[in-house]
Design a protein around this ligand. Structure first.
Ligand code: PLP
Length: 445
């Protein structure tokens, strides 16, 4: 495959070329079969090769694929906005469509800043966030991200938005345990706001369950209730970045639904179209939209492809597919099965330090010493060893890392499509076990 002009294969020539997908499986051009144990980048929520979606694609393309949003509205985008309004909690009712998760969080940031400008408080421009977070790759989204590795080479261009410790109970930054800790990690937001001054802060952004930088870190009960209360008491908006966790992935429509804390703005992406089209959304509450509608009227952002009917029709079909096939309850139920099986593996393999997750978003963290939780040196790159070994055996899992030496272990996310069946989970875990066993032996544990 050296004739390719695609940058990644040219750089290391290592990636197989995919031929087709069916359900939770992918097949490469040599006929090798892979279990898609991570839904790609936690995206392919309804599995691969779904005929109903292909039919909608064709039908919409034959009608009209693209219109410019300042010239026309269109039915698929209107219906998709309505569906998201039904799905989102509270009064989070208004959808602004973009093309990627990064654009969704970056738009959320801009909307929060605009909201305070309309309210005649233009000094409120900072967005606070947590260390160990990933909100996207564009400069604004990366500014909000506490993913040290991904920030590293752009630091001079980035804002210092991450300020608070993550709710990482396995390695509590405060050397404490829940519930005795009284949620010191949430309390840190209050301190950060007091130090910086709420007059400078527009919003706090958080992934309800930390994904790419932490491998499915689930905060304890009460965490987001406390976060929401802190935000309210300081006049700060709460943005839930549901790009990875939303659209049924965590066993509810949005992961934040597991807590009593309605966000002011939600960023959704990935599972929203399950990979069938590039589309994402910034979903905004009535309260945040009101001063914008009464003031500038327009959200000061937008992209050429925003709200194009082709992507909107596909996302709408995906949401209906999720509803019609009961995939959210399947994610909750089968997610428990997966978590149980991974916990059983943990008993037998000292390489596994922690297993965690919610719904169909699970994480496995690897340690050099389970007793002390000592992580491996990043030079060894156990995450890569596990990913490569799994792939060799026909299983795809997704890397997760904080990028800070010594603060966290290597980890992978296991998050198959929400359609996954019990026998497929058993097959996935069997292959994963073989990979863990071999890597553990190579590391002489
Ligand atoms: N937010 C979260 C929580 C993510 O996990 C990601 C991607 O992994 C993003 C934002 C960025 O999304 P995208 O890669 O579609 O730009």
């Amino acid at each position: 495959m050296n004739e390719s002009c695609l940058i990644k294969p040219l750089l290391n020539g290592r990636y197989p070329s995919v031929e087709y997908g069916q359900g939770i499986y992918l097949y490469d051009s040599d006929g090798k079969k892979y279990i898609d144990g991570s839904s790609g980048a936690v995206t392919a929520g309804i599995g691969h090769g779904v005929k109903e979606i292909a039919a909608v694609m064709k039908e919409q393309a034959e009608k009209v694929s693209f219109v410019y949003r300042s010239q026309f509205t269109n039915k698929p985008a209107e219906q998709l906005a309505l569906k998201l309004k039904q799905w989102a909690p509270g009064n989070v009712n208004w959808s602004f469509f973009v093309n990627s998760g990064s654009e969704a969080t970056e738009t959320a940031m801009k909307v929060a800043i605009q909201y305070w400008q309309e309210k005649k408080r233009p000094g409120k421009t900072k967005i606070l966030s947590r260390w160990m977070s990933y909100h996207g790759i564009t400069i604004g989204a990366l500014s909000m991200s506490g993913h040290v590795e991904r920030r590293a080479r752009f630091v001079p261009l980035l804002e210092d938005f991450p300020t608070v410790e993550p709710p990482y109970c396995y390695r509590c930054s405060f050397n404490n345990n829940f519930p005795e800790c009284h949620l010191l990690c949430a309390d840190q937001l209050d301190r950060a706001i007091r130090r910086i001054g709420s007059d400078h802060i527009a919003a706090f952004i958080a992934e309800p369950i930390i994904g790419a930088s932490g491998a499915a870190l689930v905060p304890p009960p009460g965490y987001y209730e406390q976060i929401k209360e802190i935000c309210l008491s300081h006049d700060i908006l709460f943005i839930a970045d549901e790009v990875m966790t939303g659209i049924g992935r965590c066993g509810k429509k949005f992961a934040i639904d597991h807590w009593q804390a309605v966000p002011d703005i939600i960023a959704a992406g990935k599972g929203m179209s399950a990979g069938y089209a590039p589309i994402a959304a910034t979903i905004i509450s009535d309260e945040v939209m009101e001063p914008i509608q009464n003031g500038s009227k327009l959200i000061m952002s937008g992209h050429t492809y925003s709200a194009n009917p082709q992507s909107a029709a596909i996302a709408l079909a995906v949401l209906k597919y999720i509803e019609n096939h009961g995939l959210i309850s399947n994610a909750a139920e089968k997610g428990n099965e997966l978590l149980q099986k991974l916990n059983q593996l943990k008993q037998n393999y000292p390489l596994i330090g922690d297993v965690r997750g919610m719904g169909m978003l699970t994480g496995v963290e690897f340690v050099a010493n389970r007793g002390t939780k000592q992580p491996f040196s990043r030079v060894i790159n156990v995450t890569k060893l596990i990913i490569d070994k799994s792939m060799e055996k026909g299983l795809l899992v997704y890397p997760a890392s904080s990028g800070i030496e010594g603060t966290a272990g290597d980890a992978v996310i296991i998050a198959p499509p929400l359609t996954v069946r019990s026998e497929e989970i058993a097959e996935l875990v069997t292959v994963f076990e073989e990979a863990v066993k071999e890597v553990q032996a190579e590391l002489l544990l």
